[in-house]
Design a protein around this ligand. Structure first.
Ligand SMILES: [Zn+2]
Length: 272
């Protein structure tokens, strides 16, 4: 059960990642080996479209529109530098992060549509948020239970919502600080309760890492696989055991635990 679940996670998460990596490697190998690079149309048709219309890329990251997907694709098959744990997402060369004032007031609700699992999600969110909050006093997530009954992306009383989803494509999905409010939610599938050695609090800790602006650690060249793109800036030395590193991408940690390097990266971006 455990291994089949983990395999399922790996397959679901890695299928898109593998396609990206193939495209990037072929593009960087020179003009003679571009045959393996998918056209944008092929890439688009192979990209999962979520229940809210968002394209899901890199396993668990939402892209709002087809135009943004096109830009993502262009970056993917474009330049790939050889040089260059935690890395921050960049948009137009600038860090994708919250302001200092917003970072200590990251409000969220947890949808009552989780039903009998609502209290469990609340606890897992608290655990995941606590990982980053313990790293620096400059980061503070704030649960607003009064908004749980209308907890969705249209609720402007919270910064983001945590909502259930039913999908075989991922365990959970998140967003970046630059993501438009209409797609600023963390979607959680029931498989979070049967994900083997990945504890729910760590899974949501990973997703909350994205909401703070942190990219997958395995996009760094040191991982040797699962390359995504170059739109990030390193904050710490590479760490194969980072909570932001998929274990199945040559990671050195099987359990998705939060590392000292993750705390260091959070302090590097938001202050200590
Ligand atoms: Zn992720």
């Amino acid at each position: 059960m455990l291994s089949s679940r983990v395999h399922k996670i790996s397959a679901g998460v890695a299928c898109l990642v593998a396609a990206f990596a193939g495209a990037a490697v072929s593009a960087s190998a020179g003009a003679n080996s571009t045959a393996d690079v998918p056209t944008f149309r092929e890439f688009e048709s192979s990209t999962y479209v979520d229940v809210d219309g968002a394209y899901v890329v890199n396993g668990d990251e939402a892209v709002s529109t087809r135009a943004e997907l096109r830009r993502f694709y262009d970056r993917m098959v474009g330049t790939r530098t050889k040089d260059n744990g935690l890395v921050v997402n960049t948009v137009g060369g600038r860090d994708d992060r919250w302001s200092a004032a917003q970072a200590v007031n990251l409000t969220y609700c947890v949808s009552t549509r989780f039903g009998t699992r609502h209290a469990d999600i609340v606890a897992a969110m608290s655990a995941g948020a606590g990982l980053w909050e313990a790293a620096t006093s400059r980061i503070d997530f704030a649960y607003v239970p009064a908004q749980d009954a209308s907890c969705n992306v249209r609720n402007n009383n919270v910064l983001f919502s945590v909502e259930p989803v039913s999908t075989s494509q991922y365990i959970a999905r998140a967003f970046f600080p630059s993501t438009a409010k209409r797609q600023r939610n963390v979607l959680v599938d029931d498989s979070i309760w049967s994900s083997g050695t990945w504890e729910p609090g760590d899974i949501l800790g990973h997703e909350l890492g994205h909401t703070l602006g942190f990219r997958h650690e395995h996009t760094r060249p040191e991982s040797g696989t699962c390359f995504e793109d170059n739109n990030w800036r390193p904050l710490t030395p590479y760490d194969a055991s980072s909570i932001m590193h998929y274990p199945q991408c040559n990671g050195s940690s099987a359990d998705l635990e939060f590392q000292a390097s993750d705390a260091a990266g959070a302090r590097a971006l938001y202050g200590s």
